[in-house]
Write a protein that binds this ligand. Structure first.
Ligand code: AMP
Ligand code: MG
Length: 488
């Protein structure tokens, strides 16, 4: 089932480590459609107990080579030269039916040489949050690590209080991150740094290996993926919460669902994480943070550039600056889609910004506002939600008239535009109060019914019916004071 290309990298890239067995593995959920897509089980479908044994780390598949990856990272701007997988163990890589390679990692499978004083375990609440939100992100069409399984361990995890313990099996195109490269740059180990670059190119963008300037093209490739990712996040009101360089994935997947949350009321300065007291990773700072992280990555790669020091630095600066225009392009495309505009041009930027300003001034719900616009596009007379959402009704009416006039210049008919808008403006997102109630039922009573229901509904984010079935509506007043914590 596994191949382990990461284990063929120089030894300093990882430490061999076995998961620590758990007393009572019990499967909570297994992502069968994902397993099917990967073709993990080519023969008979295993029983739940066998799955629980394997995906809790109690039984290691014969061809797995469990390891913890080494990485460093800038955490809230401060460099930590040795972080590494302290509570995650890479079992190996599976090769899917269409020959793509994916990491399978057990999160919460016990201590590793990188655990420092941590226990290497994962509490049920944050594990459920990661499962639910990452699968919701996938359904929303946003690149993300996926959740393959969640298993109870039968062993409590002590944080402030005791919680049930869980192991999450996470799937990623790769777990390579900016911090992986920083680890070797900080040690001046250029041989391993080069090996990592070659490995990453072969794994993430093999065509680039044959280009004239592989390193520069690789950097552009990663920057483009990051720019697209962050624009996607912002387009659905997602706030990652802990955009440290150790959580910045080279594959452009959303990585690490610690203190993440979705914004209800629109406020560009929104942060949820209790430790982000200066708003470093607020909604609108996310592109700035991503560019900063990529600058640290390019800095780490600098010794591998051609030319003298001056030439290397000026080339690096050009590359880093390119992120701004790539992001802006992606963000404009997001906004255009959300507003039903196919061919976004200069004046549209102002139109979009005015709507965002109106939403902020009126404390309008981000998701509901955009979702409702499709109804108006379809039926201009419709007095849908936004009329109530906007405090300054005159300003809203004025904006709405100009926007409808703009849609009138589009080639497509309004009903088609409305359908396209509904396909990018979700009806349901993992609202914070839903995630919290799912976690509370599971942690307090081991009742997973709300989790299963929410998971099912979140797989259909464009379906307004689901919104009515399960309470995915906004709760703006409580939403604003919502706080998240770096879940361990
Ligand atoms: P994170 O906040 O998840 O990005 O983790 C930052 C660093 O802390 C990584 O090196 C993690 O592996 C490590 N870490 C987080 N939680 C634990 C834990 N419970 N036990 C050991 N290491 C941990
Ligand atoms: Mg992390």
């Amino acid at each position: 089932m596994f191949d382990n290309s990461y284990a063929r990298l120089p030894n300093a890239c990882y430490r061999d480590v076995m998961p620590t067995p758990v007393p009572q593995p019990e499967l909570v959920v297994f992502n069968w459609p994902l397993a099917e897509r990967l073709g993990i089980f080519r023969e008979a479908q295993p029983a739940d107990d066998d799955l629980a044994d394997v995906f809790s780390g109690n039984r290691i598949p014969a061809d797995a080579q469990p390891l913890a990856m080494a990485y460093a990272g800038h955490q809230f701007g401060h460099f930590v030269p040795a972080l590494g997988d302290g509570r995650a163990i890479l079992l190996g890589e599976v090769i899917s039916r269409c020959m793509r390679r994916y990491d399978l990692q057990l999160k919460g499978a016990g201590p590793t040489p990188f655990s420092r004083r941590g226990d290497g375990r994962y509490a049920l609440g944050p594990a459920l949050r990661e499962y639910l939100v990452s699968e919701a992100m996938h359904a929303l069409g946003i690149p993300t690590t996926r959740a393959l399984s969640l298993t109870l361990t039968g062993e409590p995890v002590r944080r402030h209080i005791q919680h049930p313990g869980a192991v999450l099996c996470r799937l990623a195109e790769s777990h390579l991150r900016v911090g992986t490269f920083q680890y070797f740059a900080a040690r001046n180990d250029l041989r391993t740094l080069q090996a990592l670059v070659d490995y990453s190119i072969a794994r993430l963008c093999p065509e680039i290996a044959f280009s004239d300037a592989p390193l520069l093209n690789f950097i552009r490739h990663v920057q483009t993926r990051q720019a697209s990712l962050v624009a996607h996040w912002m387009g659905i009101g997602f706030i990652h919460g802990v955009m440290n360089t150790d959580n910045t994935s080279l594959s452009g997947e959303t990585l690490d669902y610690g203190p993440c949350a979705f914004m209800d009321t629109f406020d560009p300065d929104t942060v949820f994480s209790s430790i982000d007291t200066i708003g470093r990773y607020s909604w609108h700072q996310q592109p700035v943070a991503a560019q900063w992280n990529l600058a640290r990555w390019v800095e780490a790669l600098l010794p591998l550039f051609d030319g003298n020091e001056q030439q290397r630095i000026s080339q690096a600066n050009v590359l880093i600056a390119e992120f701004s225009s790539t992001f802006t392009h992606n963000w404009h495309r997001q906004l255009a889609g959300k507003l039903g505009i196919a061919d976004y041009h200069h004046g549209d930027e102002k139109l979009a910004q005015e709507l965002l300003d109106l939403m902020a001034a009126s404390e309008a719900d981000f998701t509901d506002t955009f979702r409702s616009l499709a109804d108006i596009a379809e039926n201009a007379a419709c007095s849908a939600l936004p009329d109530e959402l906007f405090a300054n009704n005159g300003a809203w009416q004025h904006w709405r008239t100009r926007w409808l006039a703009r849609l009138g210049q589009e080639v497509l008919p309004l009903p088609v535009i409305a359908e396209r808008m509904r396909a990018v403006n979700p009806a349901i997102i993992p609202r914070n109060h839903v995630v919290e109630s799912v976690i509370a039922a599971a942690e307090q009573d081991l009742n997973f019914m709300p989790f299963y229901q929410a998971l099912k509904d979140l797989r259909h984010p464009w379906d307004a019916e689901a919104e009515r079935r399960f309470d995915f509506s906004s709760v703006s007043a409580a939403g604003r004071d919502y706080r998240t914590f770096c879940g361990t």
